[in-house]
Ligand binder design. Sequence first.
Ligand code: OTU
Length: 645
Amino acid sequence: MQSFNIHAHAALTLSRLLPLIDPILTNGAPRRTFESRLQVYFPTIFRLLYELYGDRYDFYYHLEQLLIDLAHAFDERPVELHALDEQRIAQPNWFQSHDMMGAVGYVDRFAGTLAGIQAKIPYFKELGLTYLHLMPLFNSPPGKSDGGYAVSSFREVDPRLGTMPELKALMRELRANGMSLVLDFVFNHTSDEHEWAKKAQAGDEHYQAFYWMFDDRTLPDQYEPHLREIFPEQAPGCFTYRADLQKWIWTTFYPFQWDLNYRNPDVFRAMLGEILFLANQGVEVLRLDAVPFIWKQLGTNCENLPQTHVIIQALNALVRIAAPALLFKSEAIVHPRDVRSYVSGHEAQLSYNPILMVSLWEALATRDTAFMRHTLTRYFPLADDCTWINYIRSHDDIGWGFADEDAAEMGINGTDHRFFLNLFYIGRFPNSFAVGYPFNFNPRTLDMRVSGTLASLAGIEQATKQGDPHKLSLAIGRVLLVYGVLLSIGGIPLIYLGDEIGTINDYSYRGDPALAADNRWLHRPYADDIGYAQRADSTTVAGRIFLPLSQMIRARKMLPVLANGHTHFVETGNTHVLGYRRHDDLLVLANFSEREQMVMTTILATLGFETTALVDTITDQALKITNDLTLEPYQVLWLVVRRST
Ligand code: OTU
């Protein structure tokens, strides 16, 4: 309980702080823009930071420094990005358009270098992309980089990929072609070779306080029983002993990834500095890596704590002032309720949608959409100032993140169901179509996740090896079914590059000692040049995926009804068939089984879709329905009523 009026205090504080920016922002018009945004957001910033750091003797000093940093960042922001800011402010829902289409991949694996990525722009346009996420590309020590997620400098591009000027030029070029660049912001930890970590190792106490360091096991022993082990096989435990420092260090992930201590306002300020630096290079979306872990509190599991939200909200409000075109995307692969807790215009405008991802795999394995419908009805709808990033595969493993209590409501035992899904997707369940591999089995909790590409998990690898054309058709059907949902359900669809041509697991990582222990490299394949060359050939696997997917993407871009929002899940009367309406105008039906399925005419009529005039907007074909509607195995339809007058 505050004994003073925080709003009045914020206003007073701001009036006292304002003179600090006089020497930085001297020009009238920009100064007015900055100040008017400050008037809007400072009360929020003040309230949030007060919550985190208000009890510190140096709170006011940190506020001063933040304001100075913010003014400098605003002042240094290139003219074209100021123009972009204005454009985004004028059209704040730009990212919710049906035109949005995303893809993600590793620079080196997809195109060798940044120059290689630049050369792929025609291909990205062919795909219809508006959003390109390049996997971590900053400096990261070879051999201990966790796929780039151990960052040793947030301001230097990995020299093997290119340079900072090249990255800037690429962003400009992408933007000129209608694409926004998305980069990771790995802000829960740094590499132990980051300059801050090196200074800490050299004994600099200022930088030691950037991390969580303990002289002995007393506190780690109190924290640890409550914590989740993320990589129990390769990196057991959450603390690492460093003999050089004679200290225990908090390392949620690999031992060389040191968790940052956000209780220290210096860390908050330093990381805001990195955000604004990246924003001023031209990055449009920052993916907030491992966001659930950034605040720690003894006695809790140190995930999704309230202060984590306060930090993101504060960073977001600060960004609205200095670089408002920048959006945040949350990466929280946690309980569905917690996933959703980060997504809003005030926090992360975008979020991975692991809820949908898991549901899709679950329904493909069971051929039953009841649990999926239950889950999505509960968790899919978002406020209208944010949106989902809908994906089926990322560079990470798949963890079965549904809620046990939701499963129980459906008569499903969560633990058993996870066990089944794991067995199914590692191909150990009778008649499984999947070729996946177990990732991080934890003997203590029996928890496990799955690695593999979309094509391999959907059955293409197995069918190809067995030379079974029927199985191959079904597997391709699964891939297209998934895309039929991702592209129509509401949000930004995200393709993992390679998946659009059916790239199967890449086993080459096993021969590389730096990668062999981490089988997530299975599904981070190199670009398959042969597959890409075959993409227009409908007799090849690549073409059988790429051509119909391209058709769906074109169809999506012509259907404003597929923009974000207004997704209503409906009862189709057939448990194998998922159904949802987009507004009242379009009905998606998706058959998750390898058999023909019927949906009754009477049910369609109650939903407002008379079978006499139905058109599938993917193919633009009128449906000829004599009795009830029949869906082919794995067929997906985007139906509208179109009466010829
Ligand atoms: C993320 O993943 C990245 O996506 C991984 O590639 C990194 O290894 C990791 O962070 C460390 O930077 O647990 O299994 O709820 O699920 O942050 C991968 C969020 C992970 C975590 C997620 C993490």
